[in-house]
Each structure stands twice: as structure tokens, then as C-alpha cells.
Design a protein around this ligand. Structure first.
Ligand code: 13P
Ligand code: SF4
Length: 330
């Protein structure tokens, strides 16, 4: 049975017994199958608490490369699970919902990116991890928001670089490294949805709050932010900074860990312009639910696979990132 058969049979809508304790059952299945659950900071708090490892894109790819589990259950989006499969081809990688994609990865089709690269001969290609395996196969070095600056800094000053697909992150890295990387014009619909006016109004109402933002946000938002960084960097900042109030411009899932780490501090999610929840959720991340996680572990489906010759090509650029990161102590 393939995934679409499962969907046709209503697999994802299987009625679970009313008195089932999903958390207990998930833990039992996990032990029995020697599975590890890797969760990104953007998934629901309930799922973050069930995960064996919770982290940002870099931390999760580091975990995926060294786990001794037989099964990796990835609670995040497709490119993250695909990266885990590329790094651990002999392990079974499963996800609760194959439809959990990424607008940023979608903003960079491989055929168009290959044409783009051709226009800039002699350039090193750096790609953000939020990409498909096909893009990684066209890439020299993968980066995440946690290590992009350091990896770019590690290259000779005169090295010509193409950076894709996130234009906002690329612009930000150009501004803090003094480079002039050629940028692909892609973006994440969640992070580009933040509005400067709305954020400034929040700041007016909360003058004691610090604005912190993910570098996938647009430049005007980054310019008014007192700290810019990856999800793990934002989390760390809220733990170590003396301020007691933060306006957080990234996907709202991260607030769960921020509140857990600093229960006495106040966290205000910056809302998207068209927000109905007063926050900004990634609809793809939120496709992960505890019911789907249970079914996924029970049936070991749906599985994420990468064709071997593509995997080998894509692996090189990810390994290069992991090697440089480890050399730099990241
Ligand atoms: P990091 O996990 O690197 O902070 O990136 C956030 C993100 O957009 C994941 O999709
Ligand atoms: Fe992709 Fe944006 Fe969602 Fe991250 S928040 S998974 S970049 S769509």
C-alpha cells in the first residue's frame, strides 16, 4: 500500500479507541521499535514534549547523523526528514504527514536554480537547508540559520558566492559579513508575513520589551530587532538577556520552549498581518498532530526515501556543512 492508497482509505482519519492514552502508546511503540523522535521548535508544544530531541534545523541534522535508532520519526517538515534520510540512508525515516512541505523550499525549483547557477560560472553555491534534495545536489555547502554567517566567513574574502533560496537570510548575511553574494529570490510565507507597523505598535504598547527576529524576516523587521538569530539562538537570548519581555518575530511554536525555560518572563508573539490567532503559525508544521504521530509509528508510514544517486550527490553538501560546523565548534 502506498501513501496515496492510505489517504484514499482514510488512514489518517482512523478512529482511535476513545480511552487510548496516546502518549503512553507512543512511548511503548518507540521503545519496541527502537525509534527516535526528532522535533523542530515550530511544532505544537504537546509534540515538543513527546520528542526525544527538540531543536533547530542544525541541531536536528546533527542528531540525525549520529543516532543509533532504527527508525527516525521526524516531527517537522519534509526537507528536514529528507535531510535525515540523506544522512542516515540505512534507517527508516517516517513522518506523520507527507503534506508538511515548506513554502521556502517550494520557492526554488531545481530546474530554474540550475539555470540560475549557470549564469554565474566560478561561483560557490551555498544553499539554506530549507531546500529539496535536488537543490542540495546542485549545492557546494548547505547552511542553516545557526551557522550561515560562520560558514560564509570561513571562505576566502574574494570567493564568489551564490546564496539561495532565502533572499531575506541572504541579504542579512551579506549585511553582517560585508559580502556581495548573488541571491536567489525566494522567501518563507510565514516570515515574510510579519509587518513592521504591527510590530512597532506592539513595541509602543510594551516599551520594556525587546524585539527579537529570525533572519528569514524581511529587512525592515530585522533592522528594528535587538537580536536576530536562528530559533535556538533566539531561545538562548531570551534565557540569558536581562530583559523580562520579548516580542518574538518567528513561528509561534518556539514560545513553548521560551516559556518553559523562563517561566517568569513575558513572550509576545508578533502576529502576521492577516493573523486570526494573534500569532504566526506555519501551517505545514502544524500538520503534525499526536494522532498522526501514533499512526505513523504504529504502521511505520509514510516513509521518506531518496533515490540513491540523488542522495549521494546531496549528501556531499550537507556533510561539508557538518564538518565545517564541527571544526568551528557549532
Ligand atoms: P532554524 O531551525 O534554523 O531556526 O530555521 C527555522 C525554519 O524556518 C525552519 O523551517
Ligand atoms: Fe518552511 Fe517557513 Fe514553515 Fe519554516 S516556517 S518550515 S521556512 S514555510
Amino acid at each position: 500500500m502506498n501513501y496515496s492508497d492510505l489517504q484514499n482509505f482514510g488512514f489518517l482519519k482512523i478512529d482511535l479507541p476513545k480511552d487510548i492514552n496516546l502518549k503512553d502508546e507512543i512511548n511503548k511503540l518507540k521503545k519496541k521499535k527502537n525509534a527516535v523522535i526528532l522535533g523542530h521548535f515550530y511544532i505544537d508544544g504537546e509534540l515538543q514534549d513527546i520528542s526525544d530531541y527538540i531543536g533547530d534545523s542544525l541541531q536536528l541534522s546533527q542528531q540525525a547523523s549520529k543516532t543509533d535508532a532504527d527508525i527516525i520519526v521526524f516531527l517537522g517538515v519534509h526537507f528536514m526528514a529528507e535531510t535525515a534520510k540523506i544522512l542516515s540512508p540505512n534507517k527508516k525515516v517516517i513522518v506523520p504527514d507527507l503534506k508538511a512541505g515548506c513554502s521556502l523550499a517550494d520557492s526554488c525549483p531545481a530546474d530554474k536554480f540550475a539555470e540560475f547557477i549557470k549564469q554565474y560560472p566560478g561561483h560557490t553555491v551555498i544553499s539554506y537547508v530549507n531546500t529539496t534534495a535536488e537543490i542540495k545536489a546542485l549545492t557546494d555547502i548547505v547552511v542553516t540559520s545557526s551557522n550561515a554567517k560562520q560558514i560564509v566567513d570561513s571562505l576566502p574574502k574574494d570567493e564568489k558566492i551564490i546564496f539561495g533560496p532565502d533572499k531575506n537570510l541572504g541579504n542579512y548575511i551579506n549585511s553582517i559579513t560585508g559580502r556581495n553574494m548573488v541571491l536567489w529570490d525566494g522567501a518563507c510565507h510565514v516570515h515574510k508575513g510579519f509587518d513592521l507597523e504591527v510590530i512597532l505598535k506592539l513595541k509602543e504598547q510594551n516599551p520594556d520589551a525587546k524585539i527579537i527576529a529570525h533572519p528569514e524576516c524581511e529587512t525592515p523587521v530585522l533592522l528594528v530587532s535587538e537580536h536576530v538569530g536562528s530559533t535556538s539562538s533566539l531561545l538562548k537570548f531570551t534565557q540569558t538577556d536581562s530583559s523580562n519581555k520579548f516580542i518574538v518575530a518567528t513561528e509561534s511554536g518556539i514560545l513553548h520552549q521560551m516559556k518553559k525555560a523562563s517561566p517568569n518572563k513575558i513572550f509576545i508573539p508578533a502576529p502576521a498581518l492577516d493573523s486570526t490567532c494573534g500569532c504566526n503559525n506555519c501551517n505545514f508544521m502544524k500538520l503534525n498532530t499526536i494522532e498522526k504521530l501514533y499512526n505513523c509509528l504504529k504502521y511505520e508510514l509514510p516513509e521518506v526515501n531518496v533515490e540513491e544517486s540523488l542522495r549521494k550527490k546531496a549528501e556531499k553538501s550537507i556533510i561539508r556543512m557538518l564538518e565545517i560546523s564541527s571544526k568551528l565548534g557549532l
